[in-house]
Design a protein around this ligand. Structure first.
Ligand code: HEC
Ligand code: HEC
Ligand code: HEC
Ligand code: HEC
Length: 484
């Protein structure tokens, strides 16, 4: 074992011990009630649970947004203005929204512009309670089946007494009870095999998990980074080397390529770089952040206790920002601080994070355009490839924290480290590009001016879905469309 691997391995072991043996004092041990139900073990409809569990169901219904809710695009100047450039050539540059409530997941996946004829069954995996049933019925074919032709219109037979439900008629089977609970006992459970398999490869048997661990694992089934295995299209979590952002990167640079023939999701049309798209790694970032290390679970903050109709203590099933309810979500542990003090701490973390993130994205934009110029001015092939490798790394390390939905809160240090690694990599790309372009006598001031102008045009376009069209032009052509 080489020394680097050994360090990773050792730190992993320590981390596994911390993460998976810390018991948390805050789990609900106060009221031990028998929750055995009369429901079928195959029940997947949320309304079927309403009668027996009215409080939890009522709070679940608070995940339904107002009818006139309008999606918040991440592509705008107020949010992450460089994304239409940074995701150029990939669906995320066309439509990319902030998440909303669990009750809308099916509806949202059905209507997003990123879904098209090439989309596969795997895209449904973190959206619907029907997925375990689909996996039973379709077996391994589920993952690569056509999303629009085979998965979305499928009719699910809903056990005894239940009506059949068409997946495209969303609503009752958006992320819900049976995803996290065994309908007969209401014990927490894992229903997504990708999580179980990845944890197993990583050395953790989730069937042995204790109650506190389950309060995070239930979320870790979906709130994780993943990719589709090219051969099977199966949802795969890249955790073989560990859960830290640098561990996942190590995996993408080795095992993913050697054993799965996976290099990335797409080729960037400005720099020609093959890019790995990061996805919402809440579970990973949390796992080595201050709360994850202390055994504070996702549910501790996102599912605080509240009083039900008959004043009984129940767990809130309204998954939203814990800052909406600091008293229940945070002060139960941080009783020595005031609400304002805590909110200030969070603001502080998030502001610093967003500022550093934007700077690293700016640098990544610049690196993509510099490599574009290397290509069009006929720079040395090997130098181009070297620069592209740095661009690829730079993009991964900002994207994995940009895709994380807490704006740095779940893991302030891990996020900052990642941003620093991104900046280092982008700077290396620029160094190579500077050297090569100078050799060719290119006017770098003019290049910078062109970048500034192009970026401004992207900002000036009002329609988020059209912004990407302004990211390429005569000076910076789409390199994938160039004739060799
Ligand atoms: C994303 C995962 C998830 C989903 C979806 C979910 N629950 Fe829960 N539920 C939990 C967690 C976590 C707890 C806390 C369990 C613990 O501490 O042992 C819980 C606790 C409960 C309990 C135990 C009593 C209590 O309030 O603590 C009941 C009953 C319950 N949920 C019913 C439901 C119903 C009904 C639905 C669907 C409308 C549902 N749950 C959907 C995760 C989920
Ligand atoms: C079956 C997959 C799945 C599970 C399990 C799951 N989530 Fe989610 N979650 C999603 C998806 C998908 C979205 C985005 C939905 C959308 O935008 O339509 C989401 C959105 C959210 C949001 C944003 C809600 C908003 O209104 O902005 C929060 C907070 C959240 N989840 C927390 C949790 C927590 C905590 C757990 C575990 C107790 C959990 N989730 C378990 C898939 C899941
Ligand atoms: C110590 C408390 C805490 C823990 C533990 C925690 N979170 Fe969070 N989470 C937060 C805070 C605070 C935010 C930021 C909310 C905001 O900016 O309004 C957040 C944001 C989020 C969001 C984005 C919400 C939105 O409205 O867009 C998701 C999704 C999420 N967390 C999921 C998880 C998951 C999954 C876990 C466990 C793996 C977890 N969180 C663990 C406190 C926590
Ligand atoms: C179940 C208990 C628990 C809950 C709930 C909880 N925390 Fe914590 N918090 C902790 C523990 C334990 C630590 C780590 C203390 C340490 O390492 O010194 C911590 C650390 C912190 C820190 C310092 C982090 C750092 O970088 O060192 C902040 C800030 C914080 N919590 C804010 C919050 C906020 C905001 C919420 C609600 C959204 C929250 N906590 C909910 C237990 C909790």
């Amino acid at each position: 074992m080489n020394p680097l691997r050994k360090t990773i391995y050792l730190s992993l072991k320590v981390f596994v011990i911390i993460l998976f043996t810390t018991a948390c004092s805050s789990s609900n041990t106060e009221e031990v009630t028998d929750l055995t139900t009369d429901l079928s073990p195959d029940e997947i409809v949320n309304t079927a649970f309403a009668e027996e569990f009215p409080d939890q169901y009522e709070s679940y219904m608070r995940n339904v947004y107002d009818e006139d809710y309008e999606h918040v695009s991440k592509l705008t100047e107020e949010v992450e203005p460089q994304l239409p450039i940074l995701f150029h050539g990939y669906g995320f540059s066309i439509e990319y929204n902030k998440p909303r409530g669990h009750a809308h997941a099916v509806e949202d996946v059905m209507s997003i512009d990123r879904i098209n004829e090439d989309s596969v069954g795997s895209c449904m995996t973190c959206k619907s309670t029907a997925v375990p049933a689909l996996l039973d019925e379709m077996g391994e074919d589920y993952w690569s089946a056509s999303f629009l032709d085979e998965v979305a219109p499928r009719t699910i037979e809903l056990g005894e007494g239940g009506e059949s439900e068409e997946l495209s008629e969303y609503g009752h089977i958006s992320i819900g009870c049976s995803d996290c609970h065994d309908p007969e006992t209401m014990d927490l459970r894992i229903t997504r095999p990708s999580f179980t398999n990845a944890m197993d490869r990583y050395g953790v048997d989730v069937s042995e998990a204790n109650k506190n661990e389950m309060r995070s694992y239930a979320c870790g089934q979906c709130h994780t980074n993943y990719y589709f295995d090219p051969e099977t299209q199966k949802v795969t979590f890249p955790w073989d080397e560990g859960l830290r952002v640098e561990d996942m990167w190590e995996y993408y640079e080795t095992t993913a390529q050697e054993e799965h023939d996976f290099e990335g999701e797409w080729e960037h049309s400005i720099s020609g770089t093959t890019i790995v798209k990061a996805q919402h790694p809440e579970f990973e970032m949390w796992s080595y952040g201050p709360h994850g290390e202390a055994g504070v679970s996702c549910a501790d903050c996102h599912m605080p206790y509240e009083r039900g109709a008959d004043k009984k203590k129940t767990t809130s099933h309204h998954w939203t920002s814990p800052l909406e309810n600091v008293e229940q979500s945070c002060l139960s542990c941080h009783g020595d601080k005031s609400e304002d003090e805590l909110l200030d701490r969070v603001d502080n973390i998030q502001e610093r994070h967003l500022e550093a993130l934007e700077e690293s994205q700016d640098l990544s934009v610049k690196a993509h355009y510099y490599v574009n110029r290397m290509i069009t001015s006929g720079a040395d092939e090997e130098a181009i490839e070297e620069a592209q490798q740095h661009v690829r790394e730079g993009q991964w390390f900002w994207d994995i924290v940009a895709a994380e939905n807490s704006d740095g809160f779940h893991n302030p240090h891990g996020s900052m480290d990642s941003i620093r690694m991104s900046t280092d990599a982008s700077n290396k790309a620029l160094k190579v590009a500077n050297r090569e372009l100078s050799k060719l006598g290119e006017d770098l001031d003019e290049l910078d001016r062109q970048i500034e102008e192009t970026v401004q045009e992207v900002y000036d376009e009002e329609d988020p879905g059209k912004k990407h069209e302004h990211a390429v032009n005569e000076y910076f052509p789409n390199v994938l469309e160039l004739e060799n």
